[in-house]
Ligand binder design. Structure first.
Ligand code: GDP
Ligand code: MG
Length: 171
């Protein structure tokens, strides 16, 4: 059986935890001293869901998050996108909404969209309610999870959900 390769890109404002989520998913670790350079590469990790193995090629944005013109480079040819905000920061939720709108307008057709409300371990600093995130995700037909790269909440789960939404392979 051949392994299916799937490109997924992570988008979202600087500091929301994109690189930390990738580190948690790929290495099952959390490095509180992550530097921006570490997020510059792309990484891969295989995941088997319902008997199908998918090799995820994960593209992390590398500090250019604020330059919207660079975005197409990340989502080009992507089968899925995980757009991340920080539940303790209203501003990151506002940016997320702009980027989802762009993805819908200009991104690949049928791209599987997931929204991650990260840092859900910081309940006492929360600015975006779970319901607000979930309602927005439903509006734009995206998978929704609140995640924590720090304590591993829902990190693998979001990839599992993406795997189930991918169109049947034509390979
Ligand atoms: P990026 O700029 O989106 O790649 O964000 P980073 O992964 O570099 O993380 C930015 C900061 O948030 C770092 O100080 C991380 O340690 C911290 N961070 C990332 N994910 C979490 C999380 O789930 N919980 C908490 N408490 N902090 C996090
Ligand atoms: Mg990063």
């Amino acid at each position: 059986m051949s392994v299916r390769e799937v490109k997924v890109c992570l988008l979202g404002d600087i500091g929301v935890g994109k690189s930390s989520l990738v580190g948690r998913f790929v290495h099952n670790s959390f490095n509180p001293n992550l530097t921006t350079t570490l997020g510059a590469s792309f990484m891969s990790k295989s995941l088997t869901v319902d008997g199908n193995t998918i090799k995820y090629q994960i593209w992390d944005t590398a500090g250019q998050e604020r330059y919207r013109s660079l975005l197409p480079m990340y989502y080009r040819n992507a089968a899925a996108a995980i757009v991340v905000y920080d539940i303790t920061s209203e501003a990151t939720f506002d940016v997320l909404q702009e980027w989802i709108t762009e993805l819908h307008r200009l991104g690949p057709q049928n791209i599987v969209l997931a929204i991650a409300g990260n840092k859900c371990d910081l309940e006492e600093k929360r600015e975006i309610s779970r319901q607000r995130g979930a309602e927005y995700a439903q509006e734009v037909d995206a998978i929704f999870m609140e995640t924590s790269a720090l304590n591993a909440t829902n990190v693998e789960e979001i990839f599992v959900q993406i795997s189930r939404r991918l169109p049947a392979s034509t390979a």
